[in-house]
Design a protein around this ligand. Structure first.
Ligand code: NAD
Length: 373
């Protein structure tokens, strides 16, 4: 059983799918591990550390040759997978809808592609959940990015020269990233408020010492859809939310938006008029910018200036914390493969609940119901 780790080739991707720690653990399970030279460099993991952990460090061809499992952060070009064992698994974040043509390519290449982002949200899979591990870091980094762009301080400071007011931070979307953003902004001394469509988040916001800003008395307030994710809200709810947000946002210095709806473009939460209502020098960070954006005027990969307000739209925020993001992502992959490790077979054997959810291709065909219906 050979596990291969390739160097990421996507633009701006600095993460790596295995660390020396997880390499050692895979070897402990009885696997051979090969890693492409330089794969961990941008995340701060040197080739020598992988070699010390027991991996073979080589070029792309040697790493891939006869590999049974290929690990990646993002999905590689299907054409680059020649040389892997027939039926080899590709385990990565594959963006199955956005990169649909690639999925066909994996089928044609005879690879069994497993999309880690489609891991079911069940208790036993929590340690395998790449969306949670990466969102957590994104929420933290969004606050630091906001602080770096903001021309003022976050905490209240009483100095001999006068008092500096605490920054007012508003977090929109209180999932994994939003909760971490609240906690981080609080640690920096900001006055924090937050909103979500799922009423269950109200208590979580309060428990972190922030103020919940919620639409009350509108049908469909529950807001919770399948798997703990948000559903799309009614027009009445959206109108009430826009009104509430308009009044609140004009008084904020920093807005962090994280709202996503699975399988749909990100909901639009902040209009251009709402941006214009903010004080010049305020900062908005749109973590959903790559899914269509929560904020009007946000541009992926740019810090846009609208009405004197900076709208931060960094792509691939977890990659901006490449060392920790790689460490958590790598552990997610290890936790997944080791949980299904069959000692007799000397390889992982998936069960139906998880296998059917994440398997995109098998035997030369696209097999996932979410892609073939
Ligand atoms: P997400 O990334 O899909 O969305 C981010 C947040 O945006 C969510 O809280 C969502 O409710 C919110 N949102 C959507 N539309 C909105 C709107 N119009 N206005 C305001 N907010 C809006 O969510 P997530 O971070 O993946 O987490 C969703 C839930 O799933 C959380 O409760 C989390 O704890 C839970 N979860 C469970 C597991 C598990 O059981 N294995 C794993 C991870 C997360």
């Amino acid at each position: 059983m050979k596990i291969a780790i390739l160097r990421e080739r996507a633009d701006g991707e600095r993460r790596v799918a295995a660390t020396p720690e997880t390499v050692k653990k895979f070897i402990g399970l009885g696997a051979d591990v090969a890693i492409e030279a330089g794969a961990g460099e941008t995340a701060g993991y040197a080739d020598a550390a992988y070699a010390d952990a027991g991996a073979t460090v080589g070029d792309h061809g040697a790493t891939l040759a006869a590999a049974d499992i290929v690990l990646g952060v993002q999905g590689p070009d299907p054409a680059s997978l020649g040389g892997a064992a027939p039926g080899a698994w590709l385990v990565a974040s594959l963006n199955p809808v956005g990169e649909r043509a690639r999925v066909d390519g994996y089928a044609a290449a005879g690879v069994e592609a497993l999309a880690m982002e489609w891991m079911p949200r069940i208790t036993r899979a929590q340690s395998m959940d790449i969306l949670s591990s990466q969102s957590n870091l994104s929420g933290y980094k969004a606050v630091l990015d906001a602080a770096a762009e903001y021309g003022r301080a976050f905490p209240m400071m009483m100095t001999a020269a006068g008092t500096v007011a605490a920054a007012r931070v508003f977090v929109m979307g209180v999932g994994v990233a939003g909760l971490q953003a609240i906690a981080t902004a609080r640690r920096l001394g900001a006055q924090v408020s937050a909103t979500d469509v799922r009423s269950a988040t109200k208590e979580q916001i309060q428990s972190l010492g922030a103020k919940p800003i919620f639409v009350e008395n509108v049908a469909g307030i529950e807001g919770e859809g399948a798997g703990g994710y948000a559903g799309e809200m009614s027009p009445e709810y959206q109108a009430a939310q826009a009104e509430l947000v308009s009044a609140h946002i004009a008084k904020q210095d920093i807005v962090i938006t994280t709202a996503l709806i699975p399988g749909r473009p990100a909901p639009r939460l902040v209009s251009d008029a709402q941006v214009a209502s903010m004080r010049a020098g305020s900062v908005i960070v749109d973590l959903a910018v790559e899914q269509g954006g929560n904020v009007e005027g946000a541009v992926a990969g740019e810090v846009a200036l609208r009405h004197g307000v900076k709208i931060v739209g960094h792509r691939n925020v977890p990659s901006r914390l490449a060392a920790d993001a790689s460490a958590l992502f790598s552990r997610n992959l290890y936790n997944f493969l080791s949980a299904f490790w069959d000692k007799d077979a000397g390889r992982p054997v998936l069960d139906a609940e998880i296998g059917d959810a994440i398997r995109l291709t098998k035997g030369g065909a696209v097999v996932n119901p979410r892609l073939v219906s």
